[in-house]
Design a protein around this ligand. Structure first.
Ligand code: ARG
Length: 471
């Protein structure tokens, strides 16, 4: 096959226009799939030989050649060619240069349509695993921060207004839960991705006595796709990964927003390590939370990737259409973004200093015990709505007089309601926390149980990673 000719050369009298070549080529981005492409070809070749479709001698040549091509790519010595369009044809053409005409037998009973579907499934499978791994590392960072700060209290917020005190551990474990669900979603996506489409051919299946299951087993896949048209035309496994990534990035973005707020002078709840903050080129005093801001900002890209893949897929008739080539950059970008964000956020949290004195003072200040005062009256028999009214009146009075609850005398309380007794003084941040002793509540006893449960979930994820996950 001369250099300027494609593998489909027979049908064409003239060479492809250079503009078309540049427009249709995907090699610049799909070269990232070389590992998956060669793994898929290796499994396919072994199966062809095992099924008697190609000779053992040809298979041997092909397998050695593929291993050499892989080494060449990894050594950075592979001559990628745009005129060969994509990773599949680049690898095959190079194989032919190395081993001669036997290379032409590798593509027996295969089309680039099932080949690229397989490559992409292998990539998504490995990326699900890597994303779960980084999620677990982040969960571990949250968990150890929570476990080492069990005494720390801060105001919990609604509407970003101080609401009721919570423990820092409880607050951090809320994020732990979000990332736990993200990991579970990715493990489910992994399961749906981990099936082999090879044998689907261009669209209708192939007229050879293939052992499709053998290919799947070789690749550590759990099974095979059930419908050839679906197998070459579907990319919902990629869309699902991007959706999972988008949700995870959104969770990260919320945590990032809290880090931005908390590290401001206005809050002063945390201090970022110098290694995880940046300065200003003009204002010498600045220490900026750029990592958190970029994590928040990059969320938009991942949403963009999700919209891109969903839009690419809508309206495509069965089966393969070249539009599907556009799936890759969205997928790669989503994966790169969420992996990088997870990767930097775990050490950012692990090195962050918590200013427990500030969070404590903020929890004490203001009226975050107001609900507890109303609950006190309700326990004395006053309907809660009336109790709410009474305490609201006390808050109004305090605000007018520049006081807090702590400044009020027992007589002040009793002038608002005769149901107040001296034990109203026992309502403190500690009593408020301890009182929320329901499953899922912030009572320190509940939170320490929650830490144990969370540690067990992390162990389960680690077990899945080391025992079940194939990458
Ligand atoms: N580069 C192509 C893609 O990414 C590979 C499959 C090409 N198939 C075809 N029929 N042109 O989708």
């Amino acid at each position: 096959m001369p250099d300027n000719q494609k593998p489909w050369g027979g049908r064409f009298a003239a060479a492809t226009d250079k503009l078309v070549e540049a427009f249709t080529a995907s090699i610049d981005f799909d070269k990232r799939l070389y590992r998956e492409d060669i793994a898929g070809s290796t499994a396919h070749c072994r199966m062809l030989a095992a099924s008697g479709i190609i000779s053992p001698e040809d298979a041997d040549l092909i397998l050695h050649g593929l291993a050499e091509v892989r080494e060449e790519i990894e050594a950075g010595a592979f001559p990628f060619r745009q005129d060969l369009e994509d990773i599949h044809m680049n690898v095959e053409a190079r194989l032919r240069e190395r081993i001669g005409p036997a290379a032409g037998r590798l593509h027996t009973a295969r089309s680039r349509n099932d080949q690229v579907a397989l490559d992409l499934r292998l990539y998504v499978r490995a990326t699900c695993v890597e994303t779960v791994e980084r999620l677990v590392a982040l969960q571990e960072a949250l968990l150890s921060l929570a476990a080492s700060h069990q005494e720390v209290v801060l105001p919990g917020y609604t509407h970003l207004q101080r609401a009721q005190p919570v423990t820092l551990a409880h607050h951090l474990l809320a994020y732990f839960e979000m990332f736990q669900r993200d990991g579970e979603r990715l493990r489910e996506a992994y399961g749906r991705t981990n099936v082999s489409p090879l044998g689907s051919g261009a669209l209708a299946g192939v007229p050879y006595p293939l052992d499709r299951e053998l290919v799947a087993r070789e690749l550590g896949m759990a099974g095979i796709t059930r419908n050839s048209l679906d197998a070459v035309g579907d990319r919902d496994f990629a869309a699902e990964y991007i959706f999972d990534a988008a949700l995870c990035q959104m969770h990260l973005s919320r945590l990032a927003e809290e880090v931005v707020l908390w590290s401001s002078a206005e809050f002063g709840f945390v201090e970022l390590d110098d290694a995880f903050a940046t300065g200003s080129s003009i204002m010498p005093q600045k220490k900026n939370p750029d990592v958190a801001e970029l994590t928040r900002g990059k969320t938009g890209r991942v949403y963009g990737d999700l919209v891109a893949i969903l839009t690419i897929l809508k309206g495509l008739p069965l089966a393969y259409n070249r539009d599907l080539q556009e799936d890759k950059e969205a997928l790669f970008d989503a994966a790169d973004t969420v992996l990088a964000s997870l990767g930097v956020f775990a050490p950012l949290l692990a090195t962050m200093q918590v200013r427990a004195d500030v969070t404590r003072a903020t929890a004490d200040a203001g009226f975050s015990l107001a609900t507890d005062l109303a609950d006190y009256l309700a326990r004395q028999g006053l309907p809660f709505r009336e109790a709410h009214e009474v305490v609201g009146g006390l808050v109004r009075r305090c605000l007018a007089e520049g006081k807090t609850f702590a400044d009020l005398t027992l007589a002040d309380f009793q002038s608002a309601s005769s149901l107040f007794g001296p034990d109203v003084r026992q309502i403190t941040v500690e009593s408020a926390l301890a009182a929320r002793d329901v499953p899922g509540g912030t009572a320190p006893a509940r939170v320490s149980q929650a830490l144990v449960v969370a540690a067990a979930l992390v162990r389960q994820s680690r077990e899945w990673l080391s025992r079940d996950a194939v990458r």
